[in-house]
Design a protein around this ligand. Structure first.
Ligand SMILES: *[C@@H]1O[C@H](CO)[C@@H](O)[C@H](O)[C@H]1NC(C)=O
Ligand SMILES: *[C@@H]1O[C@H](CO)[C@@H](O)[C@H](O)[C@H]1NC(C)=O
Ligand SMILES: *[C@@H]1O[C@H](CO)[C@@H](O)[C@H](O)[C@H]1NC(C)=O
Ligand SMILES: *[C@@H]1O[C@H](CO)[C@@H](O)[C@H](O)[C@H]1NC(C)=O
Ligand SMILES: *[C@@H]1O[C@H](CO)[C@@H](O)[C@H](O)[C@H]1NC(C)=O
Ligand SMILES: *[C@@H]1O[C@H](CO)[C@@H](O)[C@H](O)[C@H]1NC(C)=O
Ligand SMILES: *[C@@H]1O[C@H](CO)[C@@H](O)[C@H](O)[C@H]1NC(C)=O
Length: 447
């Protein structure tokens, strides 16, 4: 197929503008969603011997990116450069302010992950950038290092990147989901109850399915950094206990993202699965689809409202494992894409969403690629999405998914509506989801 690939370079006002094509499909836009790299715990349980002072890297304290995390993103940045600059010649060889836009959540580790990543993409001393044009030629400035702006928005209202943003409606939906038979059965099962009781005894706090993740996540990280002492300092820690607690937490996470075994999962007339996927993954999927729609609508246009998107080649989101998980859950591919199934996306996991236009049928297509973790390479996952039978899939499939999980109201407003007075569930959307799920179950039955 390589012979079918042609690379056309043409000179535009902004510098060297190039394009990448595979057969008749031309790449026009790339969106990247990654999670941060290796970090310290964000908090822990009262009896933990590894409290905040145990964490000294990355500025010190809870939730900071470690040097390992920085390296993971440096590597990912180099991989992105290799794909889009060297192989595809689609991104420019050096930083171009009009062609990339980076939006991070307002958290130290995601901002610094973005900076580390961009260092890999555009900050190496490889002759791509020019001293005194792209960076100052002075003693003390690393040669070739080009600082690149990382934008952010207030964390509390970042409903798109931060799955813990202030959103009472999301809390109400989760509280309702917890009263469904399926979640109640799970929570009240002997397996879960005995684990929660054990952990309550060991950790010095009442453990339930909502704070379980704090314990499993702290233990996960302590096994990376204090593996030699964790078994003596937390004398109750065993690999078996950890594995069981982690598996329970994985199931909780599926529920929290609106993925139930019984679909639709209707409680008091509310489809808590659909509502959850709308409120968590809905905003980011719709944002990405909106960018692609504007990109396409602006092709060949010179109106001022098209300048920004016409120049833009790469929109980047620097966020969290929970963001990627919500995004995948919205597309019903979380188990297909994330391995092991049910687990969190690993450090520096990334989704690449490529937009193509076919010169033969004039239609838009997308390709979705996943970077599982540092060193794992890129894997095309388009075909995990229901309705996609090739690596290049009709953009309408994604548009339809985004329509079914579009928040019912502008998200800032929806977050403050009251579920008790709410009747947003239409029979039509429930039927549609039921059909999608029926087909999806057949699809996964093939494996
Ligand atoms: C080009 O597209 C074909 C299918 O249309 C695919 O098999 C091939 O892997 C693609 N090439 C690259 C480099 O992505
Ligand atoms: C950055 O880290 C410090 C120390 O943990 C913390 O106080 C501060 O709130 C963090 N800021 C952001 C925006 O993450
Ligand atoms: C919950 O458990 C009960 C009793 O075991 C069972 O009858 C019911 O089908 C279960 N419900 C769900 C939704 O799993
Ligand atoms: C509670 O934890 C202590 C150690 O912290 C242990 O000796 C005891 O057996 C535990 N009790 C139960 C019921 O698990
Ligand atoms: C920690 O040590 C155990 C053996 O005691 C080993 O099985 C495990 O892989 C180690 N974990 C890490 C993250 O190094
Ligand atoms: C840009 O503005 C024109 C009117 O000047 C409007 O017709 C068009 O829909 C707008 N395009 C986008 C992508 O907003
Ligand atoms: C998208 O949805 C529309 C309206 O329901 C439908 O007509 C169309 O066939 C769907 N397209 C794809 C590719 O699923």
């Amino acid at each position: 197929m390589v012979s079918a690939i042609s690379i056309i370079g043409l000179f535009a006002l902004t510098g060297f503008s190039t394009s990448y094509t595979n057969g008749t499909k031309e790449l026009v836009f790339v969106q990247t969603l990654w999670r941060h790299g290796d970090r310290s715990p964000t908090k822990t349980f009262p009896t933990d011997p590894y409290q905040e002072s145990a964490w000294t890297f990355g500025g010190g304290g809870w939730g900071q990116l470690s040097p390992t995390g920085m390296k993971q993103h440096l590597n990912l940045g180099k991989m992105l450069r290799s794909r889009y600059v060297t192989d595809y010649q689609f991104f420019p060889t050096k930083y171009n302010a009009k062609q990339i836009y980076v939006r991070s959540t307002d958290v130290n580790r995601t901002i610094i992950s973005a900076m580390s990543n961009l260092l890999g993409q555009y900050g190496q001393d490889d002759g791509s950038s020019v001293a005194d044009v792209d960076y100052p030629a002075v003693v003390g400035w690393p040669k070739g290092f080009v600082p690149i702006a990382v934008h952010t928005v207030d964390d509390d209202t970042d409903h798109l990147g931060n799955m813990e943003s202030t959103c009472p409606f999301r809390e109400q939906v989760w509280n309702l989901a917890k009263t469904s038979d399926e979640v109640k059965n799970f929570t009240n099962s002997d397996k879960v109850q005995s684990m929660l009781a054990k952990l309550t005894n060991y950790t010095g706090e009442t453990v339930d399915i909502d704070n379980l993740w704090i314990i499993t996540n702290a233990l996960y990280i302590e096994q990376i950094y204090f593996n030699d002492s964790i078994r003596t300092k937390n004398s109750w820690f065993t690999d078996d206990l950890y594995a069981q607690a982690d598996a329970i937490n994985d199931q909780v996470q599926l529920y929290q993202n609106g993925i139930f075994k019984n679909m639709p999962n209707v409680v008091n007339g509310h489809d808590v699965g659909v509502l959850t996927r709308k409120i968590r993954g809905g905003p980011i999927l719709n944002d990405m689809v909106m960018h692609m729609n504007i990109k396409l609508a602006c092709q060949g246009m010179t109106t001022p409202n098209c300048t920004w998107i016409n120049n833009l080649k790469n929109y980047v989101y620097s966020a969290h494992d929970t963001t990627i998980y919500a995004f995948f859950s919205a597309l019903l591919i979380e188990e297909y894409a994330v391995k092991p199934s049910g687990g969190y996306p690993l450090y520096s996991a990334a989704v690449l969403l490529e937009l193509y236009v076919d010169s033969a049928d004039k239609k838009p297509y997308f390709k979705m690629i996943y970077h599982e973790q540092d060193g794992s390479g890129f894997k095309t996952i388009t075909q995990g999405i229901q309705g996609c039978s090739s690596d290049y899939c009709d953009l309408d499939v994604l548009r339809n998914f985004s329509a079914t999980i579009q928040p019912d109201q502008p998200i800032d407003q929806w977050c403050y509506s009251d579920l008790n007075k709410y009747s947003g569930v239409s029979t039509v959307s429930m039927l549609l989801i039921a059909v999608i799920l029926a087909v999806r179950n057949d699809f996964f039955g093939l494996f």
